[in-house]
Design a protein around this ligand. Sequence first.
Ligand code: NAG
Ligand code: NAG
Ligand code: NAG
Ligand code: NAG
Ligand code: NAG
Length: 776
Amino acid sequence: MKQVLFVPLLLLLPLLAFSADTKVYIVYFGEHSGEKALHEIEEDHHSYLFSVKKTEEEARASLLYSYKNIFNGFAASLTPEEAAKLSEKEEVVLVIESQPDKYSLQTTRSWEFSGVEETKAWSFVKNKGDNLLLKSKYGKDVIIGILDSGVWPESKSFSDEAMGPIPESWKGICQTGDNFTTKHCNRKIIGARYYLKGYQKFYGTLNRTLDYQSPRDKDGHGSHTASTAAGRVVPKVSALGGFAYGTASGGAPLARLAIYKVCWPIPKKGKEEGNTCTEIDMLAAMDDAVADGVHVISLSIGTQKPVAYDQDALAIGALHAAKKNIVVSCSAGNSGPSPATLSNPAPWVITVGASSLDRSFIAPVILGNGMKVEGQTVTPYKLKRKMYPLVHAAQVLDHSFDPKNSTAMQCLPGSLSPQKARGKIVFCLRGNGTRIGKGLEVKRVGAAGYILGNSPANGAELAVDCHVLPATAVTSEDAIKISKYINSTKNPTAYIVRAVTKLYSKPAPYMAAFTSRGPNVISPDILKPDITAPGLNILAAWTEGNSPTKLESDTRVVKYNILSGTSMSCPHVAGVAALLRAAHPSWSNAAIRSAIMTSAGLLNNEGRLITDASQITLADPFQYGSGHFRPELAADPGLVYDATHKDYLLFLCASGLKVVDPVYKCPKNPPATYNLNYPSLAIPNLNGTKIVKRTVTNVGGSKGVYFVRVNPPIGYSVKVFPPVLVFSHVGQQKSFTITVKANKKKAEKSGDYSFGWYTWTDGFHIVRSPMAVSSA
Ligand SMILES: *[C@@H]1O[C@H](CO)[C@@H](O)[C@H](O)[C@H]1NC(C)=O
Ligand SMILES: *[C@@H]1O[C@H](CO)[C@@H](O)[C@H](O)[C@H]1NC(C)=O
Ligand SMILES: *[C@@H]1O[C@H](CO)[C@@H](O)[C@H](O)[C@H]1NC(C)=O
Ligand SMILES: *[C@@H]1O[C@H](CO)[C@@H](O)[C@H](O)[C@H]1NC(C)=O
Ligand SMILES: *[C@@H]1O[C@H](CO)[C@@H](O)[C@H](O)[C@H]1NC(C)=O
C-alpha cells in the first residue's frame, strides 16, 4: 500500500511538507529507455531533489511520487526557486506547477435518482441490431481502466458471474483499504488502486467519514461511469419511486474493469459540490494503468478552462497511453453553452460531448387558468389533489434578502421566508446554486411544491432530479409562460402532476446546453470535440455509501441513479472502443477513433438535423464533432484515418512544443499541424487557399471504389483530389488533398466559423468528415 510509505514521511517532517512557500510540482523527463531498474529511477529522482534541497532527509521527504513504469518523472514539494533550478537541467523536459482545483469530474452539479430504464440507453443508437456486441463477444477480455472516484463492488453491475479467468496479460493489483479487501476484486473488477498523495498534500489528511481510504466509491460517480462503460446486463431492476422497471447494461458488458481512484471530496464543501482530482495523483494512476495492461482508459475528468499541453499532465499521460495503443476517451467538459470552453483538446484522445436520450420523465404543471405546461422530474413525492397558491420566489423572500439582487429568483439557501412561502408552490429559476439545493431551500420554508424554470442559457434541456419535495422542471420557454401567468392574475394557483416515464420522446438526441464547445483554442487546427454520446439523464450503478442527491440530510439509499454530464457520455464511448478493440484486435487506437467518428450520425429521431438544447437551433460540429455515435456502423467503417505515436510527436514538433521524449529529435520541417491525419478538419483564419493532405486505409472489403462528395462551408469552395479512390486489398492506403478556398465575396466575417463536410462513399459505407473554417 503506497500510503503506508507516504504518511510516515509527512509525520516526520510536517513543517516541511506544509511549509507555506513550497508548492507541488511535476518534474518530467519524458520517455524512459527501460534500461534502468525501477529503484534506480527512483534513486535518480532523489538525487535530483538532493541537488536542490539542503539535506538528504529534506530531499526524501519532498518526494510525493516517482513516475517510473512508463514515463520518467516525479512529483515533489518544491519552492519556486528549487523548481526553477530543476527546470534548467538539460534532461528535464517540463516542470508543471500542480494546482488543487484544476481538474474535476465532469458531471453537472446536480445529483439525481431514478428508476432503471425500460429500454437500454443504447436502443436508438443501435440501428442495425446487436452485430457489434456479438462480433466483439460483448467486449470479452478487453480491459477498461477507469480514473474516477472508485467503485461500489457489490453492485450487480459488477458481478463476475460466468465470466472466464482474468486475462493473462493483466499485471495490475487489488489494493486493499477501508471496507475493501481482495475479495472485492473479482473477474469483472480485475484491479483496483487508489491515489491520495496529491489530494492530501492540498487538502490535508483524508477525513475517513467523507470517503473510504480505499478503491471503494463513496461519491457514486465512479460506480456510475464504470457501469456505463462495462456494467453487466442486469434485468428486472426496479427503483425508488417506481419510475421504471427493466434492464440496465453497460456498453461492453463482458469487458473487464480496472479501477483507479483519483478523485476525492473537497473538505468543508457539501458532498453535492463535487470532487477534486489532482494531476499528480492522476499521472501516477496513468503510469500504473498503462503498465498494468489496460486497453482503454475512460477519463470523465477535465479542466474548467482549456489548458496548454505543457501544463496539462493528463494530456501528457494520455500521450504515453496512446504510444501503447491504448484508446483514451475523455469528456469535453460541462462549461457550455459558451464557445471555446473545451477541455481535453489533444489529438491523441477522443473528446466526447454530451447529448440527450429518447427517454423522458413527464411531470406537467397545471395552472389555475387551465393551461398545462410540460415538465420533467424523477421526484417520487406527490401533492394532494387540489390547487395550490403559486408564487415567484422573489415574492416570498426573507426580509434580509435584497429583492434587487439578481439571484432573487434562484431560491439560494437562506433566501426564502417561511411565513410567506408556507403551503405554496414556489417557482424558482436556474442560475447559481444546485437544482437539488434550491428544492431543499423550498422545502425548508415549508412550501408544498417546487417548480424549477430554465434560464435562457439552459434552453429546453431538462436534467431530471430526485427532489426532496413534490417538484418538476420546465424549459426556458415554459418558464416564461408560468411567469406571465403568475403576473396576469391576483391569485395564481397550480398543481404538479407526479412523473411518469415516457420512452421514444422526440426530438432525440439534442445537444445538452452544458456540453463544452469548440473552437479548440489549444490546437486550432484540430476540430474538437470528436463525437457526442448520451450524457443527459443517464441511469447507471450508484454507491450505497451516499444518498442519490448526496445531500447530507438525504438518507435514501439507491442502487441506480441518474446523472448528467460529459462524464456520462465519455464512458459510453469507452465502452464502444472496447467493443471495437475486441472485434478488430489489429486496429490502432487512431483507427478505432476514426471508425467511431466517420460513422457518426447527424439526424435525430424525427429525421431532422440534430439541434442544440433549444430544440430549434441547429447544433454544429463545435458541439457534436462528427455527430452522434453509431456503434453498429463504427464496426464496419470502410475506411479509417490512421495515425501513429510518431505522427503525434511530429504534430507537437510543428506546434513548437517538445513535451515528451528528450531523445526524439524534431525534424527541421515537420509536417504542418493541419496535416496530422485526423478524421476531421479545422482551418482557422484562412487567408486565400489552403491545401490539406489526408490518407485513408481500406478496412472494408478487399476491393472498393470510393467517390467523394463535398458540402463546402458557406463562403468557401472545397475541392478534393483525386475524387475517386480505388482499393484492391485490405490495408491499402490512398492519399488525397482537400483544397479550401475562401470566396472573395461571400466569406464570413473574420473569426466566424462555418461548417461543411466531405464524405467518401462506395455506396455502402459512408465515411464522413466535418470541417470548420474561419477566414482571416
Ligand atoms: C465499513 O467498515 C466498517 C468497519 O468494518 C463498518 O462499520 C461499516 O459499516 C462499513 N461501511 C460500509 C458502508 O460498508
Ligand atoms: C469529518 O467529516 C465529518 C462529517 O462531515 C465531520 O463531522 C468531522 O468533524 C470531520 N472530521 C474532521 C477531523 O475534520
Ligand atoms: C446576492 O445574493 C447572494 C446569495 O445570498 C450573495 O452571495 C450575493 O453577495 C448577493 N449579491 C449582492 C450584489 O448583494
Ligand atoms: C451568480 O452569482 C454571481 C454573484 O452573486 C453573479 O454575478 C452571477 O450573475 C450569478 N449567475 C447567475 C446565472 O445568476
Ligand atoms: C413578472 O413580474 C416579475 C416581477 O415584476 C418580473 O420580474 C417578470 O419579468 C415578470 N414576468 C414576465 C414573463 O413578464
